[in-house]
Write a protein that binds this ligand. Structure first.
Ligand SMILES: *Cc1c(COP(=O)(O)O)cnc(C)c1O
Length: 360
């Protein structure tokens, strides 16, 4: 068996220890005589799994008691609609557009009310995040929406908006569980799980209780946070396997990594190796303004598009796969989520240096 270093932005690497645990439990979970893939979501076995997964997320992220946690199908993209359908009580909301996902979120919300784009970094191809201290916030906005890390452009927020009385909603898809966050600063945090948590097929939302219960009566049940949370994420059949895998990853974070502060140190050390290398030579360049460089998604280009292509092909042949940048950005992108081992980054840098010497 030869596992590659997979730098995909998502779905992405899972910790090997987690995959092995899932493998060991694949045919029979506990003494249930069946796989988690086969069991009833109403069984005692699965009830324990979903409850323990939520409890683990609460422990790992230190989620205050006045927040609900829900598991939803439809990915982060469905959250782009659920957020306005559930929270846009004043008919308007503020959006910061700092990349293509926040742009999509703003466009979706505009179907349901007035969206004010209070900041936009398109002018410099999303290589920075607008200064949150200098934005024209709307006093009666229902919420402010941000994207905490822009997966395709390789940026992350250095600061977040805090406006008295206006809840902050954050898409954390590509940084969730990579470091501690103060949940109490947000009204709602949501993320698709396939970047840093589990296989594809689910989003998780963490929602402050006072924001719930305000959706209009004609909002479809499956788009209504309250309807689903009232049934403990089991209004219908939930994505059982994804929930189980989320639990295994949280277990790994808690017991093998030692929690999010330890994870942050590991992640920052990995990113530093890559950015230090990028800053120390002139063949490869990273376009992002330094304060906004993402710890999770590192973008870079070689001197031209032909060399980019050659780089990706040779890298893949050497066991470093999915380094091609997003189609909107070009160049390369190394997604170095929690499960990417430090050796993967060290060896990538060595490969980059060999490629530079051979092609400079
Ligand atoms: C990947 C991603 C999405 C889209 O997620 P889906 O689960 O595919 O809908 C949205 N926002 C961000 C920041 C992402 O990285």
């Amino acid at each position: 068996m030869a596992r590659v270093y997979n730098f995909s932005a998502g779905p992405s690497m899972l910790p090997e220890a987690v995959l092995k645990k899932a493998q060991a439990e694949l045919l029979e979970y506990g003494a249930s005589g069946q796989s988690v893939m086969e069991m009833s979501h109403r069984s005692k076995w699965f009830d324990d799994i979903i409850k323990e997964t939520e409890a683990a997320l609460r422990r790992v992220m230190n989620i205050p008691d006045n927040y609900k946690v829900g598991f939803f199908q439809g990915g982060a993209t469905q959250q782009f609609a659920m957020v306005p359908l559930n929270f846009m009580t004043t008919g308007k909301a503020d959006y910061i557009v700092s990349g293509n996902f926040s742009n999509l979120a703003a466009k979706e919300a505009a179907k349901f009310g007035q969206v004010n784009i209070i900041g936009n970094s398109k002018d410099k191809n999303f290589t920075y995040i607008p200064d949150v201290k200098a934005l024209p916030y709307t006093p009666d906005a229902s919420y402010i929406h941000i994207c905490q890390t822009n997966t395709n452009f390789g940026t992350q927020c250095a600061e977040i908006p805090q406006v008295e009385g206006v809840p902050l909603v954050a898409d954390m898809s590509s940084m969730i569980l990579s470091k501690p966050v103060d949940v109490s600063k947000y009204g709602c945090i949501y993320f698709g799980v396939q970047k840093n948590v589990a296989p594809a097929g689910m989003a998780i939302a963490i929602i402050r209780e006072d924001l719930l219960g305000k959706a209009a009566a004609n909002v479809p049940t499956m788009m209504n946070y309250t309807a689903i949370l009232d049934k403990d994420s089991m209004y219908n059949t939930p994505p059982c396997w994804c929930i189980y895998m989320t639990g295994l990853v949280l277990n790994w974070l808690e017991n093998e990594v030692g929690g999010l502060a330890a994870m942050q140190q590991i992640n920052e050390a990995k990113a530093k190796v890559l950015y230090d290398y990028l800053d120390g030579q002139e063949f490869f360049t990273n376009p992002v303004e330094k304060p906004f460089r993402s710890t999770m998604n590192v973008t870079f280009t070689s001197p031209n598009a032909d060399l980019d292509k050659k780089f990706c092909a040779e890298a893949a042949a050497a066991g470093f796969v999915n380094l091609k940048g997003h189609r909107l950005v070009g160049g390369m992108r190394a997604s170095i989520y929690n499960a990417m081992p430090a050796e993967g980054v060290d060896q990538l840098v060595q490969f980059m240096e060999d490629f530079r010497k051979a092609n400079a």
